[in-house]
Design a protein around this ligand. Sequence first.
Ligand SMILES: Nc1ncnc2c1ncn2[C@@H]1O[C@H](COP(=O)(O)OP(=O)(O)OP(=O)(O)O)[C@@H](O)[C@H]1O
Length: 237
Amino acid sequence: MIQVNNIKKSYGPVTVLNIKQLNIGKGEVVGLVGNNGAGKTTFFRSVLDLILPDTGEVKLNGQLVKGDDSWKSFTGSYLDEGFLIDYLSPEEYFEFIGKLRGLNKADLEEFLAQFEDIFNGEVLGTGKYIRNLSKGNQKKVGIIGALIGNPELLILDEPFANLDPSTQIRLKKLLQNQKAEKGITMFISSHDLSHVTEVCDRIVLLEKGEVVKDAHKDENTLKELEAFFGKDEALTE
Ligand SMILES: Nc1ncnc2c1ncn2[C@@H]1O[C@H](COP(=O)(O)OP(=O)(O)OP(=O)(O)O)[C@@H](O)[C@H]1O
């Protein structure tokens, strides 16, 4: 589903992304972890053709993302508030995406009704514009918007950040359901090692723009990640 070959991105003299090869198969749920500045967002932006890597290529379903729009019809993504339209209400935003994805009003309403618990009365029917929602509620709009039209591929940057604990748990269940019921391919970054390990089957670890670990989840994954990220702590103790 995702094929990455030799992508490199530098800003001035600093190389912030350098990935030789990474393939994500259909139906795989892959977590991307790494410290601040490791290159996670840059990687996602390259996959979604939002920045042009200096070298290399990204293909989605065999199509180069550069210069081809066909991948957009099966890809849902939410990286940050830049994906939202501030002057619309959540309803108007969902309607806009629904139209792009070919849903009629009734289908859209039925789709949105599933997420009543996640919206928690704070997103629909409030009369607020997206710009006036809290950060967490804006994120809910972005994530649910990315799911409109049943994408085959879902890319989310830090979906758990800014969400309250109840919503984090609901989102975790939602993503697990997407995996179990729809077989959707997901690529998700997170600083929450526990959430990302729970949801994903495979974890890719980025450090200074390079993949330093790429492994399928097993019963030791969370402990290994905690040990990896706690290594400097251990040295200073
Ligand atoms: N437009 C830009 N100009 C210069 N440097 C940039 C630019 N965009 C990103 N960078 C740098 O690229 C590096 C990787 O940033 P990126 O946002 O991809 O990291 P990240 O892993 O997503 O971090 P975080 O966990 O903090 O969100 C950082 O050092 C960042 O400062």
